[in-house]
Design a protein around this ligand. Sequence first.
Ligand SMILES: *Cc1c(COP(=O)(O)O)cnc(C)c1O
Length: 361
Amino acid sequence: MARVYNFSAGPAVLPEEVLKEAAAEMLDYRGCGMSVMEISHRSSVFDTIIGEAEEDLRTLLAVPSNYKVLFLQGGAYQQFAAVPMNLMKNRVADYIVTGQWAKKAWKEAAKYGKANCIASSEDKTFSYIPDGSDLPVSPEADYVYICENNTIYGTKYHTLPNTKGKDLVADVSSCFLSEPMEVSRYGVIYGGVQKNIGPAGVVIAIVRDDLIREDVLPGTPTMLAYKTQADAGSLFNTPPVYGIYICGKVFKWLKAQGGLAAMKKRNEEKAALLYDFLDASRLFQGTVVKEDRSLMNVPFVTGDKELDAAFVKEAAAAGLVNLKGHRSVGGMRASIYNAMPRAGVEALVAFMKEFEAARRR
Ligand SMILES: *Cc1c(COP(=O)(O)O)cnc(C)c1O
């Protein structure tokens, strides 16, 4: 068996311990004689799995008791519609457009009401986070929306925008559980789990109680109303049982690593290895402004397309895979999520040094 270092932006690397545990439990989950894939979502076995998953997630993020934790489907993308359908009481919302995912969310919201773009970084290929200290927040806005970590461009909000009293909604797909968050500063937090938590097929939404309402927009599908899932404990219909089980294992793994403060420290150290090298390199450059750098997604270029392609190919041959950048940025991108071991980043930096030395000879 040869495991590689997988730098994919998502679906992405999972902790090896979790995969091994899941493999060991594949045929007979704790004496029930079945795989978790084969059990009923109404069984007591699954009740325990989803109950512990929620409890562990609440502990990790210190989720206040007036927030519901929902395990949903449809990807982060589905939330682009679910958010306005559930929250657009006045049919007005303000979006900060810091990348393709935020832009897609903004466009989707425009189907349901007046969606304003109140700030954007598109003028510089989304290479920075706009100043959020004094934005033209609409007086009647139902919420202000951000994509907290921009997976494609490698930027992250290190300071949340001033929403002037409006509820903040954040897509945290690619930074979920990478560091502690102050949940009470948000109305809704959601993320697809396939970046930093588990297998594709689960989206977690953390929603403040008062935003879970009966009076959603007319025509909202039953399945998209937060109330439907909140009332049913995420078991309104058949949930992605196996995906939730793996997420639960990752939560326990994170707790065993020391929780989110420990993960933040480790993620900062890992990212520094790569950023320090990029800052010193004469061949490779990072593509975003320093103060907005993401700890999770690190795009970089050589400035020469052929050299970039050669790098991606040679790196893959050396067991460092999925380093090709998103087509809109080009170059390379190393996603170094929670489950990427420090040794993986060290191997990448060592390979980059070698590559650079060989080209400069
Ligand atoms: C990947 C990603 C999405 C899209 O996720 P799906 O689960 O494929 O719908 C949305 N937002 C962000 C920030 C992402 O990284």
